[in-house]
Write a protein that binds this ligand. Structure first.
Ligand code: OGA
Ligand code: ZN
Ligand code: ZN
Length: 415
């Protein structure tokens, strides 16, 4: 009723109002006010009584009229769905439960299937951390050796267990190393193919990181490359960075700096709440303008440095001194305080960072929307040219591969 009144007060066409009224008639039973817990089925599974709402059970009927088994998708005709569906009869056996609904439809559920979808908080959390996404563990640079797992190229290419182990650890810590990679500009494809496909950007499917005097990107210089995330100017920003070291500089420098921004953000939230707030709220315009391989680009994207989800968890970090545009979308009063917060974030990340120098055959893999990465200056000489091959991946593909492997290696999961 409340929804209905609000809709009527909005100035929309008569026609639209009628549709809304028609649609809302279906909900006329004070659905929200009625105790939602009244319409639940109690089912004993492994000695525990679990509760499942009728509406959810009916929605998730697995019969061939409601669920397409090869498409693994619901095919219920929603225009006929009864939100107030009630069971007429329930029969439980050792492994399954049969529900005959008030309209005569019959649903059969395996108890193991129901148990896996239990509404008990602990079970929901367990599913979230095992199949949905492994829980992240944050780290300080001093602990880098403990969290930086090392994996073998050939093992990842040939063994599902090795692939799973790498992706699982990587998803938890946001950084990992692949060693013994063949000395070839296309070797990184062997790893990408095990996951799915790369995320192409205007720098290509793969890109070469090497000193180039008249460069289109400051990363292609031998200068100090300040800590950053790649491509913050992309709305659909690649989540993962692969950097295959073909040749490392024999001179000093060329090391990578890596910091876990989830650690930095938690630290700022506690010790510098005002600066934290500014970095989570103030929009910045990230930009990259130029031409690469004859293709012009003009990328702009507005977003804060620290992006939070509705649970106040960090979902994405954007940070790049070269790739921050000169337009400031916020109010003038927020400029100086924002710069102060930005500086603090930068300093803290440097302070909490770890240093690591890759060698030929290493692929450094890191979470591009969680970590800041940088590289210190090196000397580029004719007889010692540092050369990396880079590629990007999306987290969607990594989590997808992890889940496929999890159910393949442990069929109990994902039932
Ligand atoms: C980059 C980059 C790191 C390196 O190209 O964006 O971060 O080690 N390179 O050169
Ligand atoms: Zn059905
Ligand atoms: Zn980079």
């Amino acid at each position: 009723m409340i929804v209905l009144r609000r809709l009527q007060s909005v100035n929309i066409s008569r026609h639209l109002q009628n549709i809304s009224v028609l649609r809302l008639d279906k909900f006329h039973t004070n659905y929200i006010l009625r105790s939602e817990f009244k319409d639940v089925m109690k089912i004993e599974i492994n000695g525990k009584v679990l509760q499942f709402p009728y509406v959810w059970l009916r929605d998730n009927c697995q019969c061939e009229k409601c669920f397409h088994s090869s498409a693994k998708s619901r095919i219920i005709d929603w225009s006929k769905f009864d939100l107030n569906v009630q069971p007429k009869n329930v029969n439980q056996s050792d492994n399954s439960v049969q529900v005959i609904w008030n309209d005569g439809h019959v649903s059969d559920f395996k108890l193991s299937w129901l148990n896996y979808r239990s509404f008990v908080k602990e079970s929901q959390k367990n599913y979230t951390n095992t199949l949905y996404k492994p829980a992240k563990i944050t780290w300080h640079g001093d602990d880098f050796d403990k969290v930086f797992s090392k994996h073998d190229y050939n093992e990842i290419v040939h063994s599902d267990n090795a692939l799973y182990d790498w992706l699982h650890k990587f998803s938890i810590y946001g950084v990992a190393l692949i060693q013994n990679t063949p000395d070839s500009e296309t070797a990184v494809d062997g790893i990408v193919d095990r996951i799915g496909f790369t995320k192409k950007t205007h720098y290509g499917e793969k890109f070469v990181v090497q000193h180039v005097a008249n460069t289109s990107n400051v990363a292609y210089l031998s200068n100090n490359l300040q800590m950053h995330t790649d491509l913050p100017y992309y709305e659909y920003c690649p989540g993962v960075n692969l950097l295959h070291c073909l040749v490392q500089t024999a001179s000093k420098g060329g090391e990578n700096l890596l910091s876990d921004c989830h650690y930095t953000v938690a630290y700022m939230k506690e010790k510098y709440p005002n600066e934290y707030k500014l970095l989570t709220e103030t929009e910045v315009e990230w930009s990259d303008v130029g031409c690469e391989n004859g293709n012009e680009f003009y990328k702009l994207y507005r977003s804060p440095v620290i992006c939070l989800d509705k649970h106040s968890q960090v979902i994405r970090i954007n940070f790049s001194i070269p790739q921050r545009g000169s337009h400031f979308p916020g109010p003038i009063e927020s400029v100086k305080p924002w710069y102060v917060a930005h500086s603090l974030f930068y300093e803290l990340n440097e302070k909490f960072s770890a240093r690591f120098k890759t060698k030929a055959g290493d692929i450094l893999v890191f979470d591009n929307i969680r970590l800041l990465h940088g590289r210190n200056m090196y000397e580029d000489k004719n007889n010692n040219v540092r050369k990396l091959i880079g590629a990007y991946l999306d987290w969607d593909e990594i989590y997808s591969r992890l889940r496929c492997l999890k159910v393949k290696l442990d069929p109990e999961d994902g039932i």
